[in-house]
Design a protein around this ligand. Sequence first.
Ligand SMILES: [Zn+2]
Ligand SMILES: [Zn+2]
Length: 781
Amino acid sequence: MGFRPAVYRIARSLGLTGLVYNDTKGVTVELQGDEEKISQFVARLQSTNTPPLAKIRSCKIVDIPIIEGEKQFVIEVSDSEGTALSEVTADIAICKDCLSEMTDKNDFRYHYPFINCTNCGPRYSIVKTIPYDRPNITMSAFAMCDRCAAQYNDVTDRRFHAQPVACASCGPKIWLTDKKGNTIKTQTDEAIAETAKLLLGGKIVAIKGVGSFHLAVDALNNKAVKRLRERKHRDHKPFAMMTDTIEKIREYAVISKLAEHIFKSPQSPIVLLPKKQNAAIAPSVAAGVNTFGFMLCYAPLHYLLFAQGIKVLVMTSGNIADEPLICKNEIALERMGGIADAFLMHNRDIYRQVDDSIVHFIADEPVLLRRARGYVPTPIFMEENCRQDIFAAGADLKNTFCFVKQNQLICSEHIGDLEDAEIYHHYIDSIEHLRKLFEVEPKVVAYDLHPAYLSTQYAQTWHGLPAREDTAKMAVPQIKIIQVQHHWAHIASVLAEHNIRGPVIGIACDGTGYGTDGAIWGCECLIASLEKFERFGHLAYYQLAGADKASKEAIRPLLGLLKFTYGKDFALSKFKWLLERVETIADENPKPEIRNPKFILEQLEKRINTVDTSSLGRVFDAVAAMLGLGNYNHFEAQLPMALEAIIEDGVEDSYDFELIRKTDKPLQLDLCKTIKGIIDDIRDELCGGVVSTKFHNTIAIALLAMAKAAREKTRLNTVAISGGVFCNRHLTNRLIKMLKKEGFDVLFNRDVPANDGGISLGQAAIAARAVTRDPSSVARS
Ligand SMILES: [Zn+2]
Ligand SMILES: [Zn+2]
């Protein structure tokens, strides 16, 4: 992005002749001139002179014959200009230059809400097809005025070939409507001033942004925030907030140097920060967690709004419950008319809906929890080219999917939970759109082992449509399939990010993943590479009753664990005090009658609708419930997050556990003693925060013990950790520290989430390795 103009400027300033062009392999520069000047060129290219968004991955220099009579340096524009991948980049937050122009009264884009340049602005969200050119983006509806066109065509200008370039006289506009769509204000400054007035008055305004609508409300006004929760049917999940300066965020949360750096990055994600005591943020913004999610303004429109005296806004995704994001004006009015009191609209169409990305910190490194705006479609690179294109379907929760093309792993943005019918349709549409956009023609399809996954069922019907019209007549070759075990995919996602093949000791902990033995796995120690894996150890199986309900209703894993722990001695009467406590936690659980412990226990005893599981996520649910923190996961990992939120610093105690070795069987982690210890502590009325911390510490020690046992057997010294449980900061930081202290090299996810959002990358990397190693082994099985 903006790379060729930068090359041009450096070459010209050094008096060098030649040319620069893009092709599928990257950028080629041909130079003629003094050797010393050419050395200077190379040095300057690799220094700060390159545009902020360009990254040189590698640079190869070769001698070529002299071209006689060459007099100048030119940018050569070819027909087969690059690939979509080198052209279509992520949506980028407004840059400093544009921001200062927008606030400069003498600039012709003063107060223009869609100001952008080569270094900033929308990309991925507005691309319809390739090549990335004005007619193929949603800006095609606007003809450039002479002033904009002059900048667009001037190679020395910051807006040279900036496809979305526009100004107030030629580009998109904003306006404000009431909830029925009746226009209130059409003039930019008036619409923004009125929007700010509404927000400061406690109203809810739907604001169209870069990748979707946001629902905005004053984050300091608890009544208003509660009203948004009621209307949006989002009772519990924390809301993200936006403001315009780091200083404002500092009033409410603890910001490290690293966090500050992430806030100011062009990706501009939501960053999770420790809450400050007595922060003035409305309590209902983020109850039950110990962090606030903040982002800085990233669209020019946001800055104009905050200039009107707004301090901090809740800016939550414009959708209802878990449905897809809304990005079309008519649909916004239709669906959100009952939520928003007004709509701040604009007429730059959003072609791809992209959520805000979320970053938190693990072992002092930024780690993505949700990968979307700003990061997608930036690929992850492999060492080798893959001979066949690959499609990896991902998991059903927090779905992303992934394509392999040449040496690139291209992950989609966060799609959502496929169980929602609309999300599922969005998933299928997105696969088709991105497949065409990146000209991928997968002949190999990778998907999860879970037979009931919708992603699995979709992948099984994959018929390999050709990407381009001209290949449509060719026979479609047989599609090869690769089924990938869930936790293996988790570990493979770490290997792919770190560009290694393994083997490593893989520790994968989460809520649910289908195992090769038909059980539900969730606390696994694997000896894994991109080629194969072996199950070295796991949490001893306990029973879960009630299939899908078991991941929501904490009483189910709790009863399963109690029965496992106390065996034949287990009687409801002995634990009546505990179960009653769990059941009577004030919560508007949708179906209280099915939480009848007697009924669930009968299910467990007769093995009706039960599964064996090694899920660690469910153990966290059960412990949270025992401590009275809730009995229902209204959103994924609500109870584990509540358990993490009450951690007490300085508690170093832990509970007992056992590692059980049986010949020819994987090592078993048995938590009976842990559960007994927790129950004793609760009987003794030990503070919940201490119990929670002791429990977290226990899991870290147990996983370390498992890794040490694996090292003893395999002599491997690298541990890769992944899975949703490692979104827990206390556990993960502690485990990493302990592993390092024992001399392990530790790898973890940074570029893709540790939760199921990273599964597609792992599937893709495993499939790519299989194709590269031995294409004939990848067969329909
Ligand atoms: Zn800019
Ligand atoms: Zn213009």
